[in-house]
Design a protein. Sequence first.
Length: 344
Amino acid sequence: MIEGGWTASRLPRLRVRGNPALVLFLLAPAVGELLSGSAPPSEFFTPFGFTILLGLYGCGAVLTRELKILWGKGIGSLLLLGATYGALEEGVMVASWFSPIWPDLGVLGVFGRWLGVNWVWAAELTMYHAIISITVPVILVELAYPKRKCERWLTDGWLKVVASVLTVDVAVGFILFSLMLDYFPPLPQYFLAFIVVVVFTYIAYRLPADWARHGIKPMKTPLFYAAFTAFGALASGIIFWILPNFSFFPLFPVVAILIGFSVIFGLIRLLAGYNWKNATSLHWFALTFGSLFLFIISAFFQELDKSRTDNTAGMGLVGVVTIISMVLLWLKLKRSNKSTTAVL
């Protein structure tokens, strides 16, 4: 394996079989785009879509996980770096934070739009990417490879490759989406996205590694944490996608954002109150399963949704494959049931 710089003729060897970095590279876009239904199979598995999403989600998740290990950080920094990724994708690459014509906006293109920024959309998508697109896939892969969860998965050379691919993907994506939608964000608003990326990254770097390790409440059963995170996902959906259909007064979007942040951070604070030093792999698995539960269920209904203009064929199969994969991982973890404190 080669450390340090790299050239086209000196690329490090990457073992495909059993390589956790490769698994994360494939899993992150599958969770963030395919399972969520944002990119159903008809879009996800096209050459263009698959390439763009792998370069974006795959490289973003792998880079985020490597920075967590390099900096010696924990779950708090992982979440913040996930938020950084969200700002990079939605604010810098596709500029959906600012575009009034982004296809997926719906009512959020009007609700909470102020000074050229879709504030409610930006808040919801940032938290979504932080948790679902980045943190959940990283935890799942670390659970699947318990003996390698504390070590780096990439050499310095491959780390530079991943960072370079992500940079090119974001730059090319910005140009393509801007041309396709005929929308280029105003410079002051666009500069805001870069500021957010830098600030989130800096906070992630400075955050203590033992963040969320000071809880003293006895751990409950894994089922409790699955239900806990499933409730959080449901609450987020109601706050950010149902409430915006009812604008009771002019400042209601501000109230919706405050409620959303309060619920999410309140739930995180409650979770941090438990003694995660005594957590087992099943507790961590429960957190991820609860976070994905509504997406797994909705996958079957999306295929039956006649109101959608895109082709959702195959979403039921995506749900089935996800359930089988999660069950197999759960069985593996149940057999070992070892402590996974290092995931923090």
